[in-house]
Design a protein around this ligand. Structure first.
Ligand SMILES: C[S@@+](CC[C@H](N)C(=O)[O-])C[C@H]1O[C@@H](n2cnc3c(N)ncnc32)[C@H](O)[C@@H]1O
Ligand SMILES: *[C@@H]1O[C@H](CO)[C@@H](O)[C@H](O)[C@H]1NC(C)=O
Ligand SMILES: *[C@@H]1O[C@H](CO)[C@@H](O)[C@H](O)[C@H]1NC(C)=O
Length: 422
């Protein structure tokens, strides 16, 4: 039996680019904007929002729990609520209502981000404002609004399809304060990385190592082998693995990603059908006035429909031991509460002779039980029964969901891969 294990190590700076922190990394202003978005909504913002959206959205009253349960009899809970966390709609998977609301309320939330920028602009002295006008600055507000409308066509579609798929009915699911700008903002960043031509360079930096690792292990016998991709995000890696003939199961718990992926896989009829302008609310690190309005289209490649998506927690959704010939983790192992649980689960799910291929940073959150070094991750793998191949250890550079012509550039690290014989 031989198990290969690729390990990637990144510089600390890179680590902030990893999914939950992507927005904050790209623009601190955007992050504080999104925090403020949770506060109550101003009348002025609401008026603008109504003007902005084609179907004036008088926010619907939150539905009562009883009525909701009656209307959602098909939806199943995916995982239990963590201790003490409020969960108003037990018949919906955790986080789903929040994400549907966020996609629905996106134009409103994005408008608030603009309002805050406008507020800071308007507070200038008359002389400062005159100069700003010479720069053409006020025009950005109107142009950004047009971009928000472009994005809203996509986000509303995501929400509508989600409501159909999970039988929520037409009612509002939560108070609108429950909607969060960054849910949609992250989704746009990830869509760009996974499914736009602009994201090809980032994908090219990391996907080949993983795909080569599979080919190296299975040779010509890969067809039909069962591969699990936990934390699959927007699903491009899983799809690319499926394109090679593997039998792929993707697993994801974040509905921000799941819902957008639903739209791409099951409700898209042509390549490049959807247009996004992900930076219309992010004005930091821009090279030129117009780079704020850069548009991209998705998908640039057909998502492979043979991929089976399992929604829910990787630690809970796969009861059967030894189910997979390979587990592939990309930007994943550092994200959980305890890496011992993640690695043990990967080991349990592999059949004898199976392979685990990992690539990603070790940006442990402050909530994690252990913040291991690369060497310790390998030792842990060894302790858990993996047969680590140290010769597979190698170095690659990577960025994650970064705007192409952003002025913000980092050296993105050192990737070390290991192979071990057992
Ligand atoms: C940094 S993202 C990487 C996504 C994707 N692998 C990529 O490279 O684009 C990590 C993903 O893991 C998901 N995730 C975190 N914990 C998970 C768990 N316990 N089960 C399933 N997915 C999980 C997150 O929702 C997130 O989408
Ligand atoms: C999905 O993968 C299979 C091989 O597993 C391939 O035959 C098929 O063309 C792929 N579909 C798409 C849409 O790429
Ligand atoms: C797509 O539709 C099929 C058939 O209705 C369904 O089984 C599958 O779960 C859907 N996949 C996604 C990602 O929505």
């Amino acid at each position: 039996m031989r198990t290969s294990f690729y390990l990637t190590r990144f510089l600390t700076l890179l680590l902030f680019v990893v999914f939950p922190f992507y927005l904050g990394f790209r623009g601190a202003a955007s992050l504080s904007d999104s925090a403020v978005l949770l506060s109550s909504l101003s009348e002025r913002a609401e008026a603008l929002y109504i003007a902005l959206t084609s179907q004036p959205a008088a926010p619907l009253a939150p539905i009562s729990k009883e009525a909701f349960e009656a209307s959602a009899e098909h939806a199943k809970p995916v995982r239990a609520t963590e201790g003490g966390r409020r969960k108003r709609y037990p018949s919906l998977p955790d986080g789903l209502a929040h994400c549907i609301n966020s996609f629905e309320q996106y134009p409103f939330l994005a408008e608030q981000v603009l309002q805050r920028k406008h507020g800071r602009y308007a507070k200038q002295t008359p002389a400062q404002k005159a100069i700003s006008k010479k720069l053409g600055y006020p025009a950005h507000f109107e142009k950004a609004r047009k971009g928000i409308e472009v994005n809203a066509r996509f986000s509303r579609q995501v929400a509508r399809i989600a409501r159909e798929a999970y039988h929520t009915g037409p009612q509002a699911l939560e108070d609108e304060e429950e909607a969060e700008f960054r849910v949609v903002d992250f989704a746009f960043g990830h869509l760009s990385r996974d499914w736009s031509t602009q994201g090809a360079k980032e994908r090219q930096a990391v996907f080949p190592s993983v795909l080569d690792g599979l080919e190296q292990h299975f040779g010509r016998n890969g067809r039909g082998k069962k591969v699990l991709v936990p934390g699959s995000g927007m699903g491009r890696l899983a799809s690319d693995i499926a394109d090679l003939g593997y039998d792929v199961t993707a697993n994801e718990l974040d509905y921000g990603a799941i819902l957008a992926y639903h739209l791409l896989t099951n409700h898209t009829s042509s390549l490049h059908q959807h247009t996004l302008q992900p930076f219309v609310t992010k004005w930091t690190h821009q090279a030129s006035p117009s780079s704020r309005y850069a548009a991209l289209t998705v998908p640039d490649h057909w998502p492979n429909k043979t991929v089976k998506l399992v929604e829910g927690d990787f630690l809970e959704m796969f009861p059967q031991d030894g189910e997979f010939d390979a587990v592939v983790t990309l930007f994943f192992i550092d994200i959980g509460d305890n890496v011992v649980d993640f690695l043990s689960n990967i080991h349990r799910l592999l059949n004898p002779g199976g392979v685990w291929i990992n690539l990603g940073p070790l940006k442990w959150g402050t909530h994690t039980a252990l913040q291991l070094s690369a060497e310790e991750v390998l030792q842990l793998a060894d302790l858990l029964g993996f047969d680590v191949d140290h010769t597979s250890r190698k170095s690659i550079d990577s960025v994650y969901a970064e705007q192409q012509d952003s002025l913000l550039k980092f050296i993105y690290g050192e990737c070390l891969a290991f192979h071990c014989e057992g």
